[in-house]
Design a protein around this ligand. Sequence first.
Ligand SMILES: Cc1ncc(COP(=O)(O)O)c(C=O)c1O
Length: 391
Amino acid sequence: MIKIDQYFDPAGWQKFTKAAEGRETPFLVVDLNRIKVKFNEMVGLFPDAKIHYAMKASPAVEVINLLADLGSNFDCASIYELDRVLDCGVDATRISYGNTIKKAKDVRYAFEKGVTLYATDSEADLKNIAEQAPGSNVFVRILVEGSDTAEWPLSRKFGCHPDMAVDLLIQAHKLGLVPYGVSFHVGSQQKSVAVWNDALLMVKDIFDQLLHEQGLKLQMINLGGGFPAKYLNQINTIQDYAGSVKQYLLDSYGVDDMPEIILEPGRSLVASSGVLVSDVVLISRKANEETTRWVYTDVGLFQGLIETLGEAIKYPIYTPTMATSTQSGRVVLAGPTCDSADIMYEETDYQLPQELAIGDKIYWLATGAYTNSYSSIEFNGFPPLEVVYVD
Ligand SMILES: Cc1ncc(COP(=O)(O)O)c(C=O)c1O
């Protein structure tokens, strides 16, 4: 069982409990101040990098406005995210279109709105960009290792082999685009610091090949996201990650030839800002002699906890009786819908107090990333997740 002071100081926790008072569950409380702290920490660790917040982690206007005021740039995955961030008054020069899968008409739309920085990983998409967003800057996303050590891997679907990246960057130049740089994503909630090193070595090879064989000088490396949030499992600190990554970069390029660095953090900026508040709907056992309790809460995979699929992301969970309970027991945690996939944790050893009762509150900590935007609209009739912002 966790202790709440592992995640919050007393004043920080009080903010959440106060916002939760008297409200009908389920809902997500987001403390904007915690996002501000994380953003400023990232800027402090990478003072020379440009941060493009990966909006998909939490595309709420409250979060966008906060980060825009703090000077963040934005990476969007669709024209809908683009419209959202533009509506918040963010200039198009601060926005990248980071999705490698996009319709030609959406590229045109983004270009007409002023976006001139695009990710790609295929010839067909590159040609679309050349036709619909002429003269723009493009960066090619490469396939990298890291899926074994990432809790939410992003490899396979995105990126191309480094050899193909070289070809695409040459082709970009021929098509009148600016071959701007290379990007990668080591996988979300990446536990290994070393995978950045391997990825950066590949990037350096691409930079060298283009310069020495084609006379093309790339200008930018996009390190993507992947920096972890503090869930149940132990992780290295963000300082450890930043220290290693900066060292890898220095070793490869030196101070004088350092390319522009872009970071696209999502999870690491917003996860710790959220607490999802739920009620216990039912506690049951599957057989008379069974000791494991099935605890059904009024949130599940379809109310924002989709990243528990395969028990990938292991959220810390807290219930008030933990503070005094002396006896805990094994539980399976499941959501309220009639879908049998709606089980958050069955294999992972979650323990809750023996005193846990129907109607008790369960707080899902560190749920500020990839939760509210993933919540279904009305699966089984349940409404979308309500979000309350505090600062
Ligand atoms: C292109 C891109 N950049 C950045 C991110 C953010 O990654 P993370 O949440 O691990 O920081 C993602 C996540 O899916 C992504 O697809």
